[in-house]
Design a protein around this ligand. Structure first.
Ligand code: ATP
Ligand code: MG
Length: 444
């Protein structure tokens, strides 16, 4: 059976490289999401473990060790072990240290030792060991010291390291390793670049099209779809189109006539407290049925004391009901003052890159619109809200991102809470299903 029966063209290329190029010690498979990197790396992992077992036999060792590394035990389980289980029909017997063995016929066993790469604490399991190879899943999430230590541990004969990773900023240590190897023609490091289109044959066309339609243009598209190491340039919300993403209050009232507005819309607020830089409250109206978000109020001001912000928030409560305020909590005394005043104030979900990806995706799909008459600083900030070329996150410039942050707190905290609630519902549902089965069996 040819490689192409099982693998995509790109994956077949990687397998051939694994077998025919004898010089490499470190292979970095990098690129887009859903591109087929982990699928092929799981095979390479198996091939590398088999090779380690052959070396053990040659060196008359009773067994050898091999490192399996990932950001956390959870990601190793879901990205690798579950996949290996389904692809190769394997089961793993873990010992009390969380290691397991892989045994091929007529060869000594290979002990697979886990290492968690996200923090330096993950090193403890591999300190001092000699490894005959390593597989590092999601390598860009690894702490550089842990990555270095894994490289040092791989001192057994013919030990090779296989990594897969999504791209990050161009200054990331992994990208520097790739670039240096190319510049110096270092044959011990090989890298393969995947785009999502390399795995088109294994992706549901509806899913792929959805991903293309919803991934914000610019840095996130270049990384997630094209697999490029980029920190982005220009404005963060480059899909924002004034002709589509801004509507008049009259148009909004036409879409949601006054008598039905409060029945079909849910209102949430975002709050960014500020004194020397601008403070801001926005109200977002959400049409859950259509998954649409409208910024219907924006109050932005400098030099207001917290009493004034409470007063403004209370006016909004009078207008829209007892709405939740998702607040920046860099100033805990402001948040506490809101709560003491009887406002439903909560800490906002503040993860920036996750947040701008969500808002950017809504903008691209024209699911986020802004009421023209509500805008004060929103538009000015939007067109000055740029990517930071060093960090690959939105630039942190005092006075330029207050409204941007506030809008993100409102929308993304709401979405995050919904996702959490859905996960709990799913859990409760499966729990209820299990309880039902046990009940049917007369066990409870
Ligand atoms: N050769 C193949 N045959 C069948 N299915 C495949 C093949 N290659 C990949 N897939 C499937 O395509 C999907 C994406 O592959 P994979 O998880 O390897 O991508 P990835 O590049 O690691 O993505 P991410 O960056 O999101 O982790 C998975 O469901 C995987 O099982
Ligand atoms: Mg993967």
């Amino acid at each position: 059976m040819g490689l192409r029966n099982v693998f995509t063209e790109k994956q077949a290329e990687v397998i051939r490289q694994f077998n025919t190029n004898k010089d490499w010690k470190l292979m970095i498979n990098t690129g887009a999401v859903r591109a087929g990197k982990t699928f092929v790396d799981n095979f390479l992992f198996f091939m590398a473990v088999h090779h380690a077992a052959e070396i053990a036999k040659e060196q008359h060792k009773p067994f050898v060790q091999f490192i399996l590394a990932g950001a956390s035990s959870k990601t190793i389980q879901s990205n690798i072990l579950d996949e290996l289980q389904t692809t190769f029909n394997l089961t793993f017997q873990f010992d009390k240290h969380g290691s397991f063995q892989i045994k091929f016929p007529a060869l000594p066993p290979v002990k697979i030792v886990m290492a968690y790469t996200k923090s330096i604490a993950g090193l403890s399991s591999i300190r001092g060991m000699t490894s005959y190879g390593a597989y590092i899943n999601e390598a860009s999430l690894a702490n550089e010291l842990v990555f270095d230590e894994i490289q040092k541990r791989c001192s057994g004969k013919d030990a090779r390291i296989i990594c897969d990773t999504n791209p990050d900023v161009p200054t990331h240590f992994l990208k520097r390793i790739i670039d240096r190897a190319e510049e110096t023609n270092d044959k011990t490091v090989v890298s393969n670049h995947f785009t999502i289109f390399d795995n088109e044959e294994n992706l549901d066309p509806v899913y792929l099209q959805h991903l293309l339609n919803t991934t914000p243009t610019g840095m996130l598209y270049d990384r997630d779809i094209l697999g490029q190491w980029t920190s982005g340039e220009g404005i963060v919300y480059s899909d924002f189109d004034i002709n589509k993403n801004v509507i008049t209050r009259a148009k909004f009232d036409e879409l949601y006539p006054k008598p039905v507005q409060d029945h079909v819309l849910k209102y949430v607020a975002g709050v960014d407290f500020g004194f020397e830089h601008k403070g801001c409250i926005v109200v977002i109206a959400i049409d859950k049925r259509k998954d649409k978000y409208y910024m219907i109020e924006e109050i932005t001001h400098k030099h207001w004391q917290k009493e004034r912000w409470i007063f403004e928030a209370q006016k909004l409560v009078n207008k829209y009901g007892d709405i939740p305020f998702y607040c920046d909590y860099a100033r805990p005394e402001y948040l506490a003052a809101f709560q003491d005043a009887g406002l439903k104030a909560f800490k906002a979900f503040k993860s920036r890159l996750y947040g701008v990806e969500k808002v950017g995706s809504l903008i691209k799909q024209v699911k986020f619109q802004v009421i023209k008459e509500a805008i004060d600083y929103f538009e000015k900030e939007l067109f000055a809200y740029n990517w930071d070329e060093k960090t690959g996150e939105p630039e942190k410039k005092d006075g330029n991102d207050d409204v941007m942050d506030t809008v993100r707190y409102a929308i993304v905290t709401y979405i995050h809470l919904q996702e959490k609630r859905n996960a709990i519902n799913r859990y409760e549902q499966s729990y209820a299903d299990k309880a039902q089965i046990m009940d049917n069996l007369g066990l409870i």
